[in-house]
Design a protein around this ligand. Structure first.
Ligand code: KG4
Ligand code: ZN
Length: 350
């Protein structure tokens, strides 16, 4: 279907330089360069290192994406770029590059919201998103539940973490277990060898008194501290730390709370579709538990394949394509890199 818009998306909000190309809902290219290895020894993403890596990777990643899709910049109908939220310097590299390409090739530009792009990417695998839907975004920087009535117009926040993000909790727990960075995939693997019922870690904001004010909010900082205390007490007693059991029990606590609140959000809003996005959506236990619990209530779960859950350019292109198809006006060429871009803003207005 050649009438559908050909959209190129650029992502540089954190440590992945991504350039994706889509036609309508069809993914044509998804080129990625990661600086994750350069951050590993610091145990977290170092903003200045990330910005420099984006600068070096952007042009070659762009070229790879165009080659992979077999198109030139002249063929593209619009360029989308992550305007925010994210690391200011990192965002600036992508936004400046997108402006340069848009100006040189005389293409419309869309500055888009990274979190909305994590929702939109699912359309590349499962087609148009039924609306309304509930979206759960779980990444290194965010954990939110959103009501999506119309993805082009903005989303309604239902709740969010009041302290650490889910991915951040995975990264911190992996660090205290000496497992490396980023922690999510490592804990996911380690947990497969462990017993998720071996240690009873706390489920934040699930007590009846917390549900009054924080029904759809999350808290993972107490869980992280509980894991740290448990590990310390073992070490003080001179006993070995059962890493796989700690990983599995911690992961179970996170996934239990995330899925319970997501299903509750669907049911209380009368919504039959739950879409999960962001790096933590790659978690194998989260995917299984969400399916199991949703099925009991006739709710359909949509989660993209793990490679599309973590940051990439395809998600930005997918949201751009959705905006073009809906006739949303492009952004102005002086669009900002907005590190604190709000969820209610899906794209930078024209
Ligand atoms: O969405 P993302 O790639 O970047 C942000 O926008 O933050 O998410 C990265 C986060 C990291 O905290 C990483 O540990 C977590 O996603 N993550 C996972 C898994 N894969 C990545 N967490 C749990 N299980 C995984 N398999
Ligand atoms: Zn992300």
């Amino acid at each position: 279907m050649r009438d559908e818009p050909l959209v190129l998306g650029i992502e540089t909000s954190c440590d992945e330089t991504g350039v994706g190309i889509v036609r309508g809902h069809t993914l044509l290219a998804d080129a990625l360069a990661s600086s994750v290895d350069q951050h590993a020894r610091f145990g977290g993403v170092v903003p200045e290192v990330a910005s420099r890596a984006h600068l070096e990777a952007l042009v070659p990643t762009m070229q790879r994406a165009l080659d992979e899709a077999g198109v030139t910049l002249a063929d593209v109908d619009a360029i989308a770029v992550t305007s925010g939220p994210g690391l200011a310097g990192a965002l600036l590299v992508g936004v400046a590059a997108a402006k340069g390409y848009a100006l040189a090739a005389e293409k419309p530009i869309y500055g888009v919201n990274h979190l909305a792009a994590h929702v939109a990417v699912d359309t590349l695998e499962h087609g148009p998103l039924p609306e309304p839907a509930v979206a759960m975004l779980v990444s290194g920087g965010h954990s939110s539940l959103l009501l999506v009535d119309d993805l082009t117009a903005g989303v309604t926040p239902l709740g969010a973490t009041i302290d650490d993000a889910a991915g951040e909790a995975f990264d911190k727990v992996a660090r205290l277990l000496g497992l490396g960075f980023p922690g999510g995939p490592i804990i996911d693997r380690s947990a497969r060898e462990g017993d998720p019922g071996s240690i009873a870690f706390p489920r934040g904001l699930t007590a009846p008194k917390d549900l009054v004010a924080h029904r759809f909010d999350f808290s993972f900082s107490g869980l992280k501290t509980a894991v740290a205390r448990w590990v310390e007490s073992r070490e003080r007693a001179g006993e070995p730390v059962p890493v796989a059991d700690v990983s599995a029990s911690f992961q179970e606590a996170v996934c239990d709370v995330l899925t319970a609140k997501a299903i509750d959000a669907c049911r209380s809003n009368g919504v039959g579709t739950l879409v999960i996005g962001g790096g933590v959506a790659a978690n194998s236990r989260l995917r299984v538990l969400a399916e199991e619990r949703a099925a009991k209530h006739g709710i359909t779960v949509r989660v993209p394949r793990p490679g599309l859950c973590t940051d990439n350019g395809a998600m930005v292109a997918a949201l751009g394509s959705h905006l073009v198809a809906a006739g949303v006006a492009p952004s102005r060429l002086d669009l900002p890199a907005d590190s604190a871009m709000r969820l209610t803003e899906v794209s930078v207005p024209g």
